[in-house]
Design a protein around this ligand. Structure first.
Ligand code: GAR
Length: 195
């Protein structure tokens, strides 16, 4: 099974969905560690299962470059085939991209290239979008600009507010992430270059 390291910053419901998927012996990946940039609640999903966790906080390092190198080293220690950013709210730097570029994917709560950035759900509502959704993409040096691997639409309902819409998007994100990781992890197709 492919070795997956998950990165998160918050509640980690997407990570929890991936962990649940790995309970199926037919699922082609294992989560071997979960990391965060703060003592995030989502780390508990891994800790409860005895899966190692790590925290690499920007404030614990002299500058962003040192943090980036430390994060790359923390991830590398688990020898992942794939790194999954699932609600990780920091932009990774060149050390992480050099080490894991092409094997680092992110899930984003909008139909990229629409509404990149940290407030995708709010921005879609503010723009009056009638359809938004979920994207899984390869991480590159830009903000949510890497090649899209999978997308699924979510309609915006007339009475939606940000939490309600975000929750419906997250329900779709969980499915899309579990499916996309399985596709990337499947023997013979490992790596994000495969269609
Ligand atoms: C998800 O909607 C994810 O796409 C988003 O944070 C949420 C995490 O949910 N990430 C971004 O917006 C990154 N720009 P979770 O903590 O319940 O897994």
């Amino acid at each position: 099974r492919a070795r997956v390291v998950v990165l998160l910053s918050g509640t980690g419901s997407l990570c929890a969905a991936l962990l649940d998927a790995t309970d199926d012996p037919a699922y082609p990946a294992d989560v071997v560690a979960v990391g965060a940039d703060r003592p995030a609640a989502g780390l508990e999903h891994a800790a409860r299962r005895g899966i190692p966790t790590f925290v690499s906080a920007l404030g614990d390092h002299p500058d962003r470059a040192a943090w980036d190198r430390a994060l790359a080293a923390s991830i590398a220690a688990f020898e992942p085939d794939l790194v999954v950013s699932a609600g990780f709210m920091k932009i990774v730097g060149p050390a992480v991209l050099d080490a894991f570029g092409g094997r680092l994917i992110n899930t984003h709560p909008a139909l990229l290239p629409a509404f990149p950035g940290a407030h995708a759900v709010r921005d879609a509502l503010a723009a009056g979008a009638t359809v938004t959704g979920s994207s899984v993409h390869v991480v590159d040096a830009g903000v949510d600009t890497g090649p899209v691997l999978a997308q699924r639409e979510v309609p915006v309902l007339p009475d939606d507010d940000e939490p309600r819409l975000h929750e419906r998007i997250k329900a779709v994100e969980r499915e899309l992430l579990v499916e996309t990781v399985a596709r990337l992890a499947a023997p013979g197709t490992r790596g994000t270059s495969s269609p």
